[in-house]
Design a protein around this ligand. Sequence first.
Ligand code: ATR
Length: 274
Amino acid sequence: QDTYCVLGNPVEHSRSPWIHARFAELTGQDLSYGRQRIELGQFAQDIAALQAAQCRGCNVTVPFKFEAAELAQHLSPRAQLAGAANVLSLRADGIHADNTDGIGLVKDIEHNANRPLAGQDVLLIGAGGAAAGVLGPLLDARPARLVVVNRTHAKALDLVARHQTLADRNGCQLEAPPIDQIKGDFAVVINATASSLSGAEVPVPASVLRPGSLALDMMYGPAAQGFLSWAAAHGSQGRDGLGMLVEQAAEAFEIWRGVRPPSAQVLAELRALL
Ligand code: ATR
């Protein structure tokens, strides 16, 4: 039986084992999927042990996504652009790294929330690892305008500079104004910061929302609550990161198994369970 696992720290509360077990059941794939906590500084060593144990692949979560990209011998273009990886395939010719966070987010917005991004105005809040992982695929969805803002302005400028060529190629106006100088409102507002985790205020004014905007926090559970309440209080449709979680997993499953799992069904089941 082929084995897979999710690696992180913490990893105890990860829903990935449940999601992948359900994908395997529904597609008739014979595999097992576990979880493994990695101590800081042990990532490379633990990956080597997994390779020796014939593990076929892993999902990588916080805080190892950057190390995962560095360790791999083969990087997909989107993992390279993000500088981070959440999917590793352990193959005979070495470690292949990919990043499915961004495509998972885009699929959740476009298919599950039914909001096509082409031609739309999109605001991305944050410029850390989570934001870096999704900016490329967001640009590939061809929004008319994509604005990135962050508490630390320099990081937003860096992130945007790295993606400028892609934005130009896709005919998208990509900007990184200072966070207190955002102009206009947006059809889709994405929170890729950890601000709700600490109970901090949403770091942008409510004027970024227009009636019926989609306001999505990449977190789920209690960590997303502050942002979702803010969205609801200003007449927007809130959405947590559970759909993105399931969709990034579906992309990983397809990379590993060559089979597309029924992600919308599994998302509905997971929501009912929580
Ligand atoms: P992750 O991998 O989850 O993105 P990260 O790389 O540490 O983690 O990035 C955290 C993001 O949340 C950053 O954009 C950070 O802003 P800074 O770059 O200014 O640090 C943002 N963030 C965290 N706490 C915040 C808060 N209280 N208000 C606004 N932004 C916050």
